[in-house]
Design a protein around this ligand. Sequence first.
Ligand code: PLP
Length: 402
Amino acid sequence: RMTNALLHPFAPVAKPMSDYINIVRGSGSLVYDDTGKDYVDGLGSLWYCQVGHGRTEIIDAVADQMRRIEAYNIFDPFTNEPADRVAEMIVERSPFPDGRVFLGCSGSEAVDTAIKIARQAMQRRGQTERQVVVRRTNGYHGTNFGGTSAQGIAPNREGWGDLVPHFVEVPHDDLEAAAQVFADQGDRIAAIITEPVQGAGGVFPPVDGYLEGLRRLCDQHGALLIFDEVICGFGRTGEWFGAQTFGVTPDLITFAKAVTSGYQPLSGVVLSRDLSAEFEEPGFLLRTGYTYSGHPAACAAGVANIELMEAEDLVVRGRHVGGQIRDGLEALVGDGLIESWRGIGAVYAAELGRDSIPVRNEILANGVIVRPIGTCLAICPPLVISDDEVGRIIDTMAAALK
Ligand code: PLP
């Protein structure tokens, strides 16, 4: 047959196996295919690799944990030290040092759980009519049914039949539109879900005052604010979380990706202290969770990754990386090669004003990985990337654009 057994995510199903690039190894900000060709990983794989590839500190921590016990569930009555430790380390760096953390494996699991928790909170408050979740255009919240329903990227919602009811969409940059939705049905809204910086939808930082405005609307109308920080979390926007970068505190934060830099699949939801307290009523059973919630090897990867980020001060280094990228993109604008750029911290989009796929293909052929999204190219490299490697990304983009 033409194709192999594997079905690739977000890929043309008929694409022949020989057209895929087989990545076989990585080191720092470089990855290598099976022909030995090297690529600068300008997207940190898929927006997740902060510490770079091949870090033995994390690999050894995972192997050490697996030699003790490879896995054991944390459903009541069990627990394990890596799960407990990583939860502690995450809350300490979040806006909720006394909050609680639910753990899963993927961003999609985190998003669906955050939506369930927000809905459950309203049910427990006796506000059973509050089921509406407000989503934004361009929003990407994973591909489980909750996250698919929360998507603001319309094609991702289409073709699956009925989705989860009670989602309402607002234009991503229009606070007035959100205010109108609250004016119309504020007493039915359970939550707003938003990325602080929209990532997969095209790298859109919030317009001035937008996140503050959403916070205000939620407070005025008794709704919960969910920040989906699956890309923003763990240093991508210049602080540990986007909530801190933008100075706006939500009620729930979802995270995944960079919590382990991808060395193991780990995700979760952080709950504020107030929200945690609502669920801490004696006898209340949180009736949701995954087999691999708190998987000790994944959690050991999280602990080692956060330790490594601390030891190398990578949150601060990310700001430097961002400066290098901005300078490069500014030069591309100056040379008339791109229309504009947008982004913050160490996540950017170069706006070409035309289909970016052919340009990406040329850049890829020349050994640099960036992500085409509509008319832009996204850049989101490891936070350890060298200035020279950022230079290689920009130079390769410039050559392709010329
Ligand atoms: N939420 C956001 C903001 C994301 O960027 C992503 C993935 O890119 C997800 C959720 C889904 O994460 P996963 O693909 O791990 O399920």
